[in-house]
Design a protein around this ligand. Structure first.
Ligand SMILES: [Fe+2]
Length: 268
């Protein structure tokens, strides 16, 4: 039986890695200091593996075949370059199958799942040697049919029960990647809503996410942009660890990197 010993939530953006010079040195230092804090926290949690809830940006999944949830059951997961270094990370077929079976029919599985910067963006900072096994879970945050926010929350609860049943590893850390608000493409490209993000982080910290669970996808997109759909991954992580304490490491609206950037650590 595995134990969830911590969780980390983090925004992602490929330009953070490929174009760090787009922001001032002051912003860079703040962001990278927060990433180091997250990495240091991960080391102290001493995980055997990461359960990683990320998404995709039309690299691995396209609108002709877009599951709501998909667990990667392969043993090796290569990346798409996405303007970041090419990475590859190892998983466990056995543990992924155990997890998929325990979660039930709400999830699809895929053996040869490639991962884009939603996964390798945070991993670039958290495990730069790519030496920690990763069990990747795609959550559709990009195109309909996306899970409702309520389904994303419920998925987190199922995930926690399922994680507890994994026998392959003892100590697991759950990671959620995405958000916060950001508008990509279209007339409002690069917009970020600090008001939305601050309110969400406050609710995320307290654990009272009822208003977000009830929010429709269209209302979320109006308030947080098309990139804001990725707060689903934060919602899933918080639902999986409702009893954990939250430490928000940073929040900055960073239009140059096209993201309302935040990172948080969750501990029992
Ligand atoms: Fe994204």
């Amino acid at each position: 039986m595995a134990e969830l010993v911590g969780a980390i939530t983090m925004s992602h953006g490929s330009s953070m890695i490929s174009q760090p010079e787009k922001v001032t040195a002051c912003v860079r230092e703040q962001v990278f200091a927060a990433m180091k804090q997250a990495r240091d926290a991960l080391v102290t949690m001493e995980p055997d593996a990461l359960i990683f809830v990320g998404t995709d940006h039309f690299n691995t999944f396209f609108i002709d075949d877009m599951p709501k949830f998909c667990i990667g059951t392969g043993t090796t997961f290569p990346g798409w370059a996405d303007n970041i270094p090419f990475y590859e990370v190892h998983g466990s077929h056995q543990a992924a199958e155990q997890l998929a079976e325990a979660v039930g029919p709400t999830v699809n599985t895929m053996g040869g799942m490639r991962l884009d910067h939603s996964f390798f963006g945070p991993l670039h900072y958290l495990t730069p040697q790519m030496d920690l096994p990763v069990l990747p879970i795609f959550q559709n945050c990009i195109a309909e049919p996306m899970p409702s926010l309520s389904e994303s929350h419920d998925f987190g609860r199922s995930l926690r029960t399922a994680i507890d049943r994994i026998s392959q590893w003892n100590r697991l850390v759950l990671v959620g990647s995405g958000g916060l608000s950001h508008w990509i493409g279209g007339p409002e490209h690069s917009r970020v809503s600090s008001d939305f993000d601050q309110a969400f982080l406050s609710a995320f910290t307290s654990g009272n996410l009822n208003d977000y669970q009830k929010m429709s996808s269209s209302d979320l997109e109006l308030s947080a942009g098309n990139g804001g759909h990725e707060i689903r991954n934060w919602l899933t992580v918080r639902a999986a660890a409702p009893e954990f304490g939250v430490e928000v490491l940073i929040y900055r609206p960073i239009r140059e990197w096209l993201v309302g950037f935040s990172a948080a650590i969750l501990r029992p």
